[in-house]
Ligand binder design. Sequence first.
Ligand code: MN
Ligand code: MN
Length: 319
Amino acid sequence: MFWTGELIARSAPVRRRPTGEPPLSPLAERATAAYLGLAIGDALGASVEFMTPTEIRQQHGVHRDIVGGGWLRLKAGQVTDDTTMSLALGDAILAHGRVDARVAADAFDAWMRAKPVDIGNTVRRNLITYRKTGNPEAPPSEHDAGNGAAMRVLPVALATVGQPEDAVRSASAAQAHTTHHNPLSDAACEVLTLMVQDFLAGQDAAAVKRQRVLPLIERFPLFACDRKRRDNPSGYVVETLQAVFQAFFATENFEDCLIDVVNRGGDADTTGAIAGMLAGARYGLAAIPRRWRDALDGNIQRRCRDQAQALIASSASLA
Ligand code: MN
Ligand code: MN
């Protein structure tokens, strides 16, 4: 049972802003900040992906600007698979008016054919299997606990705003299982999706920690993140979320959160992307440093903004 819905324009009250930009509802503004946050965290973290904190210190001091480079030799402001898979998924949700496994698998398959700058091993393997079998759901695997599904939850979170939690969970599992069919990945995807929605609804960090993070740790004690500082987080979704949660809950603004998490090194584009998504949803557009927004690739900026707002508009008919 997956979420399906008609795409109907949102008619919520809006505030006219003096800048000449289109007016945004508070919900659409936070959704836009979450999407820009995802892309900014990806672009910022990619420069130091797979480096250790010591190597980062030697090369950058504190890494705090979007400068490109890294092992992928990116242009400044360029993003990686974390952002482009999310955009591919969101475009497909908007085109089909629903989230289901087939829509997601076809979107990721087309994304892979377009030769992305990077791609995770689990994503590649299970999309190749999909081409052979036509089954959009990857086989369950205790080994497929990478962060590749968790990094691209945002379009589902935005498309299912206002839905009952069971419907949100089904949609989350549908997109995740196209490449990662694993209980730890599933739990991570669900918790991130629901956290984004909580922040879009204006909840504060303490409440969200209580109602989402602590129950996750109760269910899967592996995710505990209160003792040892998680540096060099790998692509294992448990380490990814430990680093993200430590940085997010130890800081009080968008900029500090992202600088904290990417300077831990490891899978820094992905921790940056996930932390940026949460921090964007929590702190809103005004909290995103101008220098980071300006540095982000212009086409990616526009796609993130337009897609965030279209997904929120599409969710309104179901809210
Ligand atoms: Mn990446
Ligand atoms: Mn990565």
